[in-house]
Design a protein around this ligand. Structure first.
Ligand code: PLP
Length: 446
C-alpha cells in the first residue's frame, strides 16, 4: 500500500516512557477479564490524544475515525473541556445528590434546554446501559404494563436489562434476560424486506410493531425502545416515517416511546441535534451517554415531569450520577458544540464523505452499501452483491489496512461486516480527504 500523508498538526506528543505494549498486553492477559476484546491482530496502545488525532506508544499518529466508540464528541483533551474538569477537580470532586450542588443543577438546565416539548427532567447516571435500564423501569412504572418492544439488530447495553433489549446473539449470554421483551423486525433497508426504493418502507416496517403488540403481548405495552440510527448494528438508518408509525402503534397500546440517543445525540447526524428529530418524532423518554461527556463517565435519562414522578414512589439513588466533575465536563461539551458549530461541520463533511463513499462503492464490488447521516457513516461489505452474503473477513482486513495507513475505524453489524466511521465532530476537510484516500488504498489492497 502506498503511504498517505496525514493532515498536519501543531501538537507535539510527549515522548512515551511507560510500559511497552507487550508488557501491558501481558498484564491485561493476567489481571483483566478475558471477556474484554481487542481490535487489530497486533493490538494498538494509545497513549495520547489531541482533538481528532491519537498517538500510540511508538509515536505513530492516527486519525481517530471511531472516537473511542462514538464517544469523543468534541475532540480528545479539548482545552475548554479540560479546563472545566480541572477547575472542578480542584474545587470539589464528589458530594452526591443528598446535598445541593450547583454543577448538576446548572447542567440539567442547559441539557433540558436542548430537548423539545415536555422533555425537561433529567436523571444522571454513569453509562448508557444504566440510562436504558432506568428508562425501561420508568416506562413500566408509569404505564403499569410490563411488555416492551425493541428492535432486532439493536444494541442497548451489557447489563441484564440492556442485554434483554439488545438483539444480536453475539452480545447475549445464555441466562434469563429478555422476559417481557419482544423484538420487532429491524427497519434495515439494505437487508430487509423493503428497500431504499420503497417510499412506504417506514410504514411497512412499523407494521411489525403493531403485529407484535397484537400477537405477542396482552395488547398493552410498557414501551418501545429504539436507537435513532442503529450503532453497533452497523449504522442502519431507518426509512422515513418509521419511528412516527411505530410510535403511533405503541402509544395506541398504552406504551411510552424511548429514544436511545447514546450514539446519535449531540448533533452528530448533522441536520438535527437529536437523532429522533431526523424522523420527525418526539419521544417520551430519551437516553444519552458517550458523546455527552466526551469520554467522561456521564449518561442521562431525560423525560417529562409526569413520567419522572414515578421514581418518587420509592427511594432511588445513584452514587456517582451527576457527579460535579462530570457535570462540569458535560456543560463544557455543550458549550464547545455551540461555539464551534460542530453540528454544521457534521452536516457538511458528512455529505462530502458520503459522496466519496458512493464513488468507492462504484469502484469496489465488495462494498454492498454505504449509508449514514452526518459523521456517522457505514460501509457494508458483501461477498456477492446479489446474495448480500456478509464479507466479515474483507471488512476486518480493510480495517487492519487502514490502521497501517494511520486511520482507526470501527466495525459493526451482526457479522462484523460493516465499517463504522464516527470521528470526533471537529474533523476537517483535509481529514475527510485523508479518510477517503486511505479507504481507497485499504480496500484496493484487499
Ligand atoms: C446505542 C447504545 N446504547 C447503549 C449503549 C451502552 O452504553 P454503555 O457502554 O455506556 O453502557 C451503547 C454502547 O455502545 C450504545 O451504542
Amino acid at each position: 500500500m502506498k503511504p498517505i500523508p496525514l493532515p498536519p498538526t501543531s501538537h507535539r506528543p510527549t515522548p512515551y516512557a511507560g510500559p511497552s505494549a507487550a508488557q501491558v498486553l501481558a498484564l491485561r492477559r493476567q489481571y483483566l477479564n478475558p471477556g474484554l476484546f481487542l481490535y487489530y491482530k497486533q493490538p494498538i496502545m494509545i497513549v495520547e490524544g489531541k482533538m481528532q488525532y491519537v498517538w500510540d506508544d511508538t509515536g505513530k499518529r492516527y486519525l481517530d475515525g471511531l472516537g473511542g466508540i462514538v464517544t469523543v464528541s468534541v475532540g480528545h483533551c479539548h482545552p475548554h473541556v479540560v479546563a472545566a474538569a480541572q477547575r472542578q477537580n480542584e474545587t470539589l470532586q464528589h458530594s452526591t445528590t443528598i446535598y445541593l450542588q450547583p454543577r448538576i443543577a446548572e447542567f440539567a438546565e442547559k441539557l433540558a434546554a436542548k430537548l423539545p416539548g415536555e422533555l425537561k427532567v433529567c436523571y444522571f447516571v454513569n453509562s448508557g446501559s444504566e440510562a436504558n435500564d432506568l428508562a425501561l423501569l420508568m416506562a413500566r412504572l408509569y404505564t403499569g404494563n410490563y411488555d416492551l418492544i425493541a428492535l432486532r439488530n439493536a444494541y442497548h447495553g451489557g447489563n441484564a436489562s440492556g442485554m434483554g433489549v439488545t438483539a444480536h446473539s453475539t452480545w447475549k449470554f445464555n441466562v434469563p434476560h429478555s422476559f417481557g421483551v419482544h423484538h420487532a423486525v429491524a427497519p434495515y433497508p439494505y437487508r430487509g424486506a423493503y428497500g431504499y426504493d420503497d417510499p412506504q418502507a417506514g410504514r411497512k416496517y412499523a407494521e411489525d410493531v403493531k403485529s407484535l403488540i397484537e400477537y405477542a403481548t396482552p395488547g398493552k405495552v410498557a414501551g418501545f425502545i429504539a436507537e435513532s440510527i442503529q450503532g453497533v448494528g452497523g449504522f442502519v438508518v431507518f426509512p422515513d416515517g418509521y419511528l412516527r408509525h411505530a410510535y403511533e402503534h405503541v402509544r395506541a397500546a398504552g406504551g411510552v416511546c424511548i429514544a436511545d440517543e447514546v450514539q446519535t445525540g449531540f448533533g452528530r447526524t448533522g441536520t438535527h441535534f437529536w437523532g429522533f428529530e431526523t424522523q420527525g418524532v418526539i419521544p417520551d423518554i430519551v437516553t444519552m451517554a458517550k458523546g455527552i461527556g466526551n469520554g467522561a463517565p456521564l449518561a442521562a435519562v431525560v423525560t417529562t415531569p409526569k413520567i419522572a414522578a414515578v421514581l418518587a414512589q420509592k427511594v432511588h439513588f445513584n452514587t456517582f450520577g451527576g457527579n460535579p466533575v462530570v457535570c462540569a465536563i458535560g456543560q463544557a461539551v455543550l458549550e464547545v458544540i455551540e461555539r464551534e458549530r460542530t453540528q454544521a461541520n457534521c452536516l457538511e463533511l458528512g455529505a462530502y464523505i458520503l459522496a466519496g463513499l458512493e464513488r468507492l462503492k462504484a469502484k469496489y464490488p465488495v462494498i454492498g452499501d454505504v449509508r449514514g447521516k452526518g459523521l456517522m457513516l457505514g460501509i457494508e461489505f458483501v461477498k456477492d452483491r446479489a446474495t448480500k452474503e456478509p464479507a466479515k473477513e474483507a471488512c476486518a482486513q480493510a480495517v487492519e489496512n487502514a490502521r497501517e495507513l494511520g486511520l482507526l475505524l470501527g466495525k459493526g453489524g451482526l457479522w462484523g461486516q460493516t465499517i463504522r466511521f464516527a470521528p470526533p465532530m471537529n474533523i476537517t476537510r483535509a481529514d475527510a480527504d485523508f479518510l477517503l484516500a486511505v479507504l481507497d488504498e485499504a480496500i484496493g489492497a484487499l
